[in-house]
Design a protein around this ligand. Structure first.
Ligand SMILES: NC(=O)C1=CN([C@@H]2O[C@H](COP(=O)(O)OP(=O)(O)OC[C@H]3O[C@@H](n4cnc5c(N)ncnc54)[C@H](O)[C@@H]3O)[C@@H](O)[C@H]2O)C=CC1
Ligand SMILES: O=C(O)C1=N[C@H](C(=O)O)C[C@H](O)C1
Length: 261
């Protein structure tokens, strides 16, 4: 299975390159970086410190390598990802997209692209976070109508979007379990009184926190907290490789990590 990696020098791009290179099922055929970078044309092995050259180079245009690949993996930014998905849909190439911060309109467009090509979208490719979604569904169905639900997420100082994509997915899982729309429940950056029945969102950006998500179900006299901590970003990159091998050979459509679990 032939893979192209978008943004190989990024925090996630570099780790995905490492784990994809170590996978027996994945063959890296190229990477794509922004125009003007001094490593365009260089071997991915030296660009990503793999310890040896892998006979695949970094391009500055996806069109130059897309014909040779089966799957594209993209953890970059909403603007870059929308262009990647558009190009992939045109050429019927599969995409694993882990970028966060998309608008509702951009998500609608991604859904349209998935009519033409297989797309796996996941705001979080950690195995345990996706297990946590199932626990949240179970707890919400039991006490969601009575409990005050609050979501706290913490990330590193460089993260661009807030709340995190994962926090939004957790809110969607909870809203679905309550048969409600997240947009009717979510309260971002609350300053005053708690709105009855809301889901409060709280974001912290500090130092090099990899990723932490806590969902609190508060009753009178007790509370339940469900928390996931990532100690580094490896769990997301390993999950990305599982998604890549899963998506290979699939029919057009929109897939999620739940399909793999
Ligand atoms: N789904 C998941 O499990 C995870 C998702 N993420 C998300 O992944 C995204 C990226 O996060 P980081 O790796 O921390 O960001 P980063 O800033 O370290 O990397 C972004 C990469 O995109 C590249 N890029 C920018 N413009 C480009 C272009 N025109 N063509 C090709 N490459 C281009 C940059 O050169 C850079 O290497 C964020 O949205 C983040 O929230 C992060 C961790 C886990
Ligand atoms: O930017 C990050 O670091 C992460 N982003 C994703 C998100 O927005 O939820 C996933 C994970 O939390 C790490």
């Amino acid at each position: 299975m032939n893979l192209v990696i978008i943004g190989p020098k990024g925090k996630m791009g570099k780790l995905i390159t490492k784990f994809a290179y170590e996978s027996e099922k994945i063959n890296i055929v190229g990477a794509v970086a922004p125009k003007g970078r001094d490593y365009i044309g260089e071997d991915i092995g030296s660009v990503c410190n793999l310890g040896k050259n892998i006979e695949a180079i970094v391009y500055d245009d996806l069109n130059d390598i897309i014909q040779k690949c089966d799957v594209i993996v993209d953890y970059t930014s909403p603007e870059v990802s929308m262009e990647v998905l558009k190009t992939a849909a045109k050429h019927n190439k599969s995409v694993v997209c882990g970028t966060t911060g998309f608008s509702k309109e951009q998500f609608d467009t991604i859904k349209d692209f998935s009519n033409d090509t297989p797309i796996l979208y996941a705001a979080n490719t950690s195995r345990l976070v996706n297990l946590m979604y199932k626990i949240l569904d179970m707890v919400t169905k039991s006490v969601g109508d009575e409990a005050d639900i609050e979501i706290l997420e913490m990330h590193d100082r460089l993260k661009k979007d807030a709340p995190s994509g994962t926090a939004k997915e957790m809110g969607s899982v909870i809203a679905n379990s309550l048969n409600k729309e997240l947009s009717d429940l979510a309260e971002y950056g609350r300053c005053g009184e708690r709105k009855e029945g809301s889901i409060g969102y709280h974001s912290i950006r500090s130092g090099d926190i990899s990723s932490s998500h806590t969902v609190m179900f508060g009753l009178m006299g007790e509370r339940l907290e469900i928390t996931h901590h990532a100690y580094n970003w490896d769990c997301f990159a390993k999950g990305a490789c599982k998604c890549i091998t899963y998506l290979y050979g699939k029919e057009a459509g929109l897939y999620s990590v739940e399909d793999i679990l």
